[in-house]
Structures are given as structure tokens and as C-alpha cells.
Design a protein around this ligand. Structure first.
Ligand SMILES: *Cc1c(COP(=O)(O)O)cnc(C)c1O
Length: 337
């Protein structure tokens, strides 16, 4: 079946973004592929990055691990960031993935298995993680991790977390260390340690100014025109009539809406084809209207590309680049090139 809305996904851009991130230092560069590869499709992302030489993959849950573990090359690794709950143990014991232990109950649960694990230690984010003083003896730890809370900003917290992590590293000689997400990588090699864990920037997000102009777009949204219509001066468009025409206009109604992750924040602000076609009125669940007065040729059945440069789209919509990616829905046909 051919869907009336498509995501064009650029596999070369994905790989080149990973290569750029890797080239910022000397650490191994992994890939966060949780949330279905940030909405792009974890299977396709893992296949491409594994082929490019990526050896370290991160998901949030065991269900996500199960989806991709068959694709992880021999000798490569898959870590489950949320650790292991009692109800995960059966799957965890037959999985090739290993848990990232976050709490002392998780540590106790996993210690008894004698199997390899990673640990997440909190250095100030106060999200998931063990404390720096917790007793981790008896574990077979592959990687000690921590996570930066504010690396996308210029604030003191980041250097404080770096110091705390360095102190922690001294307590784990010979164990691999991993601190940085996409934004942390942009802060330079001091933050890279042995292994980095980018997500956002792989997929075309720009986490900090250092990455602007370096990170390539991976995702393009295309929607099909379902109808072309003419409106007169005084006519309104869409729910709640938030747009009213002051002159006659030609509209194209697109098969795309907030149920696809094209969020209502684009209402009255978004556009298509590099600004040529401004969005008119509200984004509906499944439909969006654009002004195609400038282009008499656009007709029912044609395709238009939405303007979805992530930093700009984030500013427009009021959502983070992360949300814009992970909200991309199931109705798109995902086409990789
Ligand atoms: C999601 C996540 C990452 C990736 O972060 P980005 O900001 O998308 O690069 C890295 N580490 C952990 C622990 C994460 O949860």
C-alpha cells in the first residue's frame, strides 16, 4: 500500500553525522537508538551504523533490545539504559544485551547472575543512577557511565559533572568510561573518555553551535496534496478560523497532521518548499493547509516537502528537536536512500 505521506531518510547523512561525531576526539563512538531510533526506525538505523563500524548501541528497554539484538554484529554491544527490573530478568538472561544498572536493587539482582553489565552513576542530574559511594563490588562492569544534564547550554554544571566523573574514574581502573551525549561530544575530547553515546546529532539534530553546519539533515517530510481549492477575501481556513483571507488565495490541503507528529505548534508558522508555501490556519489531526497561490501547477496528487530543518522547526513549534523527531508517527512510509 502506498501511503500519502513519506519520510525521506538519508542513510549517508546518518553515517556521516556519526563519522563527524566520532572524529571530534579519539573515543569509540556509539549510538543511542532508543525510542525506535528517535522515530526514524531503529532497525534501519542500526543496520546502517553497524555497517559503518559502530559497535556500541544503547536502548531504553528490553523490548527495544529484542527488536534489534539480532542485527548487532558479533563482538559489538547493546546496552539497556533503564537497567533490569524483576520482570525483565527472564529476557535479560537469554539476551545478548546487558543492563546499565541504575539502583542498588538492580545491582543486587544482577550481581547474583555473574554476568557483564554497565553502571550509570549520577553526577548531579538526579535522574537515573547509582550514587558515587554505592558499593559496586562483585559486578562484572564493562562501562561506567554518567550523563550530562545541561551540555547543550554554557553553564557551570557541566564542568562540575566532568570533575565528579573524573574522580569516579579513579575508583574504577581498567574499566571503560562513558559520559557524553551529542552535546557533550561538542565540548571536546576532555568529555569523551573511552566511549561516547550520541543520539540527537546522528539524526540531524544540532545540539550546540559547534555542530551547526557540520551535522547534516537526515529526515525530510513529504505530504501529498489531497485537494486544491480557491478561497475568496473574507473566507477562513481550518478549525476555529484562525486564518482569514484578505484577498483571494489558492490552497493545497495536505495529508499530514498532528497525529503524524506535525504538531499544532506549526499552525500559522510552518511552511513547505523552503518557505514558498506558508501554512494557513491550524494544523488538524490528519490535514494541513498551505498557500500555493504562488504555484499554479501544484495539483491533487502532487507531493510537497515540508520545511523541517530541526533547529528552525524547534524554534517555530516550541518543541525540542528531540520531541519533533520522536513524535514522527506510524503513518509515514519511511523511505531510505
Ligand atoms: C538518550 C541518551 C543519550 C543520547 O543523548 P542525545 O542528547 O540524544 O545525544 C545518551 N546517554 C543516555 C544515558 C541517554 O539516555
Amino acid at each position: 500500500m502506498s501511503a500519502p505521506l513519506r519520510l525521506h531518510l538519508d542513510g549517508n547523512a546518518l553515517v556521516q553525522n556519526w563519522q563527524w561525531l566520532r572524529a571530534q576526539g579519539h573515543a569509540r563512538c556509539g549510538a543511542a537508538v532508543k525510542a525506535n531510533g528517535y522515530g526514524l526506525g531503529a532497525v534501519d538505523v542500526v543496520q546502517r551504523l553497524a555497517k559503518a563500524g559502530c559497535h556500541d548501541f544503547f536502548v531504553a528497554t528490553w523490548a527495544e533490545a529484542a527488536e534489534i539484538e539480532g542485527l548487532i554484529p558479533e563482538g559489538a554491544s547493546l546496552s539497556v539504559l533503564h537497567g533490569v527490573r524483576p520482570e525483565d530478568m527472564a529476557q535479560a538472561l537469554i539476551s545478548r544485551a546487558r543492563p546499565v544498572l541504575n539502583s542498588m536493587p538492580q545491582v543486587a539482582r544482577w550481581r547474583a547472575t555473574g554476568r557483564p553489565c554497565d553502571v550509570m552513576v549520577d553526577t548531579g542530574m538526579n535522574r537515573l543512577g547509582l550514587s558515587t559511594t554505592d558499593d559496586l563490588s562483585g559486578l562484572s562492569i564493562q562501562t561506567v557511565m554518567s550523563h550530562l544534564a545541561s551540555a547543550d547550554e554554557d553553564v557551570d554544571q557541566t564542568a562540575q559533572q566532568l570533575q565528579a566523573f573524573q574522580a569516579l574514574a579513579a575508583r574504577h581502573p581498567g574499566v571503560a568510561l562513558s559520559l557524553s551525549n551529542s552535546a557533550g561530544i561538542c565540548l571536546g575530547p576532555d568529555y569523551h573518555f573511552d566511549l561516547t553515546r550520541p543520539g540527537l546529532a546522528l539524526y540531524g539534530g544540532v545540539p550546540r553551535r559547534e555542530a551547526a553546519g557540520q551535522i547534516q539533515r537526515v529526515v525530510r517530510i513529504e505530504a501529498q496534496v489531497l485537494q486544491r481549492r480557491r478561497i475568496q477575501a473574507g473566507d477562513s481556513v481550518g478549525y476555529n478560523a484562525t486564518f482569514r483571507a484578505s484577498e483571494p488565495k489558492e490552497l493545497a490541503i495536505l495529508n499530514l497532521g498532528y497525529a503524524d507528529g506535525y504538531v499544532r505548534g506549526f499552525s500559522g508558522k510552518g511552511s513547505a518548499e523552503n518557505g514558498l508555501f506558508p501554512l494557513l490556519g491550524r494544523v488538524s489531526m490528519d490535514l494541513t493547509a498551505i498557500d500555493v497561490t504562488a504555484q499554479p501547477d501544484i495539483a491533487e496528487g502532487d507531493w510537497v516537502q515540508m520545511d523541517f530543518d530541526l533547529p528552525a522547526a524547534s524554534a517555530q513549534s516550541g518543541l525540542s528537536q528531540y520531541e519533533l523527531l520522536t513524535l514522527l508517527g506510524h503513518r509515514f512510509e519511511r523511505r531510505w536512500s
